[in-house]
Design a binder for this molecule. Sequence first.
Ligand SMILES: *Cc1c(COP(=O)(O)O)cnc(C)c1O
Length: 389
Amino acid sequence: MTSIYPASRAASPAVSSADSLPQLREGLHRAWVEVDLDAVRRNARRLRHAAGVPIVAMVKADGYGTGAVAVARALVGMGDDTVWGLGVATLAEARELRDAGISARILCCTPLLAAEHDDARAFDVRPALHRASDISAWCNTSDAPWHLAIDTGMARAGVRWDAIDALRDVVHAHPPEGVFTHFHSAEMPNGSRAVQDTRFDEALRVLALPEHVLVHRDNSAGIASRAGSAGSPGALARPGIGLYGAFVTSPLALDQVVHFRARVIDVRDVHDGESVSYGGTFVAHGTRRIATISAGHGDGYRQLFSNRGDVLLNGARVRVAGLVSMDMTMLDVTGVPCEAGDVATLIGSDGNDVLTTDAVAECAGMSVYELLVGLALRVPRVHYEAENA
Ligand SMILES: *Cc1c(COP(=O)(O)O)cnc(C)c1O
């Protein structure tokens, strides 16, 4: 194996039982992310059910920040026809899954350079190809499967739908295992998905591929946009964000997966007129009780949450006070008894209250994708599932 791929961080991340969580938390002293693998599986089943076809579970970008190996294991171990395969964006991501002993089908949706083909073969990765020269080179070396990427309006990767004619011969000589497109705004009721559907159907008509070729198009928003109708056209769908319980939660009733927690590490009174944190943007009116928690923008809790983020603490919702700093964030906990060692929840549920990933992102006007993917590596991920899941 080439050395450009970093050693996997943890080929076998521990998966804890949900029952042991309270005990486990006692050993966690700073900030951590709890990842509910049962919720990931429930979301996968709901997405598969809504799509009406098996899914390529997108686990790129470390499973959208939740830990690709643990999530992939949970998904491929479901023992039904929910998951056809896993989707990655880079060969390093594929290698991490292979090193962890995961033998499921892996589709790399991002175009590879020809120089990467040997590694793709070595890791048993299905590449997304769209240049005639790449298709010939891939197919003349072996009969390993590949997927044809068609651009229908995203203008990012793949052959343009209206230039598909140029690939007819090479595709007929070497039929792909699958053919796909990707939507740019399926979550918006602006008709763009229908335009892309039509372009894709037209390209498929021109190609006249054999029946067995696996056609796929829907991301999470694509699946959600067809909720209540016939489901996803084709043979597969490729949800990502929905697996992690965000973005398309309302039409599909998806469950919260991520619970981002940090401990209170200090508590103090701040008196009338005194300020809190860098820049002094929070000024106390009267005496305020301020708690410091051990997470900040260095953990992925962005400065966008300064003076506006809500946090769950001891049965209450409290507000971030002042600028989020790199390693610590202050909360206005006036009237909420707390002490060093208490656990605050920045994303997810605590008791009967929940700050959904969607709500947290919306409060800061940021993308749910960036919120999850931006959770920093220094924050340990704690994966758990019910016993005998
Ligand atoms: C990331 C990605 C997906 C998943 O998209 P979500 O919006 O996260 O569901 C599907 N297909 C391709 C090609 C992608 O790059």
